[in-house]
Design a protein around this ligand. Sequence first.
Ligand SMILES: O=P(O)(O)OC[C@H]1O[C@H](O[C@H]2O[C@H](CO)[C@@H](O)[C@H](O)[C@H]2O)[C@H](O)[C@@H](O)[C@@H]1O
Length: 264
Amino acid sequence: MNLQPELTPRLPEGRWALFLDIDGTLLEHAAHPDAVSVSEELRLLLQTIERRLDGALAFITGRSVAAVDRLFDPLKLRTAGLYGLEHRLAPGGPVEAADEPADMAALADEIELELASQAVYVERKGPVLAVHTRAAPHLLARATKLVEQALERLPKGYRVIAGNAGVELMPLEAAKGAAIRRFMDIPPFAGRRPVFLGDDTSDENGFETTNAAGGISIRIKPRGPTAARHVIADVTGAIGWLQANFGNLAIETGRGEARRSRGP
Ligand SMILES: O=P(O)(O)OC[C@H]1O[C@H](O[C@H]2O[C@H](CO)[C@@H](O)[C@H](O)[C@H]2O)[C@H](O)[C@@H](O)[C@@H]1O
């Protein structure tokens, strides 16, 4: 673990493969998962970067691929969804997905009933369950306990991890590092050097994989020790860094909106 990550440098010329977390990295957090939106400028920037990297760009996210597609519509980029349980290896191509255990929906119903509060949102993502407490931080400990109890009723092979203002229950094989490795084994990623930007606990595993592959790991808004070797202060800084290194647009993202600004 690198206790003193450095400010993120400008990248030297090279054959890069870019992996991007979404929430907290490309988009500011909002009170509800559906309360974020993607600006035309961010879409254009991603499209530009994807072309410049000959396709070597993929989202590595906890959202499902379907949710990512709704958000970035009409873009359908390469994506590892649900922490790598889903993969779309080619733009617009088929999505490989993992099965949902039979009792996950019942567990979600029970947690929802127990927390019966409009401020808590139970997000059902097939084999992954997220309980969001951003609008009710005082319910985080209770939500975590309920999810841990649910874990005990699932077959072996599941775990609970802290989300950003919430908690998630997922299969052990859901890991961003494995998702990055999957892409790195195939064209157009193979033979390139990975760069991974993320902001969360679930991204730490992706940073470790990126470091092991000799890549550049970048944590946005670090809140403690991180395996990332570099840091960027916030979403606006992350977008500015992407623009400066891979794109030609200068933009800022706000909650659900993006505005054009002067370049970095
Ligand atoms: O891996 P990511 O792309 O960062 O996705 C992680 C989770 O993001 C979403 O939840 C988070 O963002 C929401 C919108 O800002 C916010 O309301 C919530 O509190 C955050 O945890 C998404 O809903 C989850 O499914 C993803 O796992």
